[in-house]
Design a protein around this ligand. Structure first.
Ligand code: AMP
Ligand code: MG
Length: 341
């Protein structure tokens, strides 16, 4: 898309969205004008659901904390689990993940297609920490669907894209399914007909011995023909079990939640306006906006940890347990949990 292209309509990604006012979700079609529109929405931090060969994905700029926070909000996900990054080709994938000879061979054999590879995250990836849930790995896929390819090419960057359904609901395989669940919560749906595979991508872990992390569009036998027997049943890197992530997530400082009065020596992470007897050192969202707080969460926890210093203490203001507040509190509770290192 040309630099400096102007938007035909103002984007609805401002405070209005953050207050959860419904927006008009546009139905876009894969022609040049609409693809340009979709790319513009994404570049401005908006969300576009799009067809892939597996299921419709809910896409947002994987480098933009606010866009990624909005994905979690639109889906109503109660937890910040890591998201798959979609790119147009292997060259782009290599900007975000470290591909050794084995990963290169698997990518060459199965991309574009319904296979996601989990590889080490490049330190210079520039991806939002919300996308990887602060793991040192990244899940990447090059989808084959021509509409997904056209969108990724028009956008030119990485799209975080979980399935475009409300959390806990069935994955969408038609644009109408996406409208059913997400109408009024996202900027646009890019039409791509009915998804041919209809189940999610297979996820292959390539951090150690090859491991099947999720069965999906490419079957086990096909992968094993190339890689030999795959490990299954979960490993230390599998991020779906929260407990396994606890030590990776934990700051060095102690963390105390729901604090409304300053404690001497502690770095206070605020939410909303400060109370007279509780000044915050850092604030997740001075305007008490949960999407902004989610976008800031991982960065500010790290900053608070640095400010607190060795053996320091972090206190955190109460966060409402609704909307994205549930995912924020889930993450904070794990930061505050006892350490067993
Ligand atoms: P989805 O909900 O379809 O986007 O699938 C996300 C799943 O991909 C997660 O639940 C993990 O199993 C896997 N995954 C995503 N990102 C990572 C990562 N950085 N490291 C390891 N596994 C990941
Ligand atoms: Mg899903």
């Amino acid at each position: 898309m040309a630099i400096g292209t102007t938007l035909k309509q103002p984007l609805n990604t401002s405070r209005q969205t953050q207050r959860h006012k419904p927006m008009q979700t546009e139905h876009l079609f894969p022609n040049a004008t609409d693809l340009d529109r979709a790319a513009n929405i994404l570049l401005a931090g908006g969300l576009v659901a799009f067809a892939t060969e597996t299921v419709y994905g809910l896409g947002g700029d994987a480098r933009n904390d606010h866009a990624v926070a909005r994905i979690f909000a639109a889906k109503g996900r109660p937890r910040f689990n890591p998201l798959i990054v979609h790119v147009a080709n292997l060259d782009q994938a290599r900007r975000y993940g470290a591909f050794d000879a084995r990963a290169m061979a698997v990518a060459a054999a199965f991309w574009p297609g319904p296979l996601t590879l989990v590889v080490p995250l490049r330190p210079d990836s520039g991806l939002s920490p919300l996308v990887t849930a602060e793991l040192p790995s990244v899940a990447i896929r090059v989808p084959a669907h021509p509409v997904a390819q056209a969108l990724l090419t028009a956008f030119g960057g990485p799209l975080a894209a979980p399935s475009a359904n409300r959390s806990g609901r069935i994955s969408p395989t038609r644009a109408a399914h996406v409208f059913d669940g997400l109408s009024g919560k996202i900027e646009a749906v890019l039409e791509g007909g009915t998804c041919s595979v209809g189940v999610e991508s297979t996820i292959l872990g390539l951090l150690g011995a090859p491991e099947l992390l999720r069965p999906g569009g490419i079957d086990l036998e096909t992968l094993e023909a190339m890689l030999g027997p795959l490990q299954t049943g979960g490993s230390a890197i599998k991020p779906s079990a929260p407990g396994q992530l606890a030590s990776h997530y934990a700051p060095n400082a102690s963390v105390t939640l729901n604090v409304t009065v300053n404690t001497a020596g502690a770095v206070h992470l605020g939410f909303g306006p400060d109370a007279p007897n509780c000044r915050s050192s850092l604030n997740l969202s001075p305007g008490a906006d949960l999407i902004e707080a989610a976008a800031n969460l991982f960065h500010l926890l790290r900053e608070a940890d640095l400010l607190a210093g060795p053996d320091g203490a972090i206190t955190v203001a109460p966060i409402p347990e609704n909307g994205l507040g549930r995912a924020i509190n889930d993450r904070l509770r794990r930061a505050a949990a006892p350490r067993y290192l």
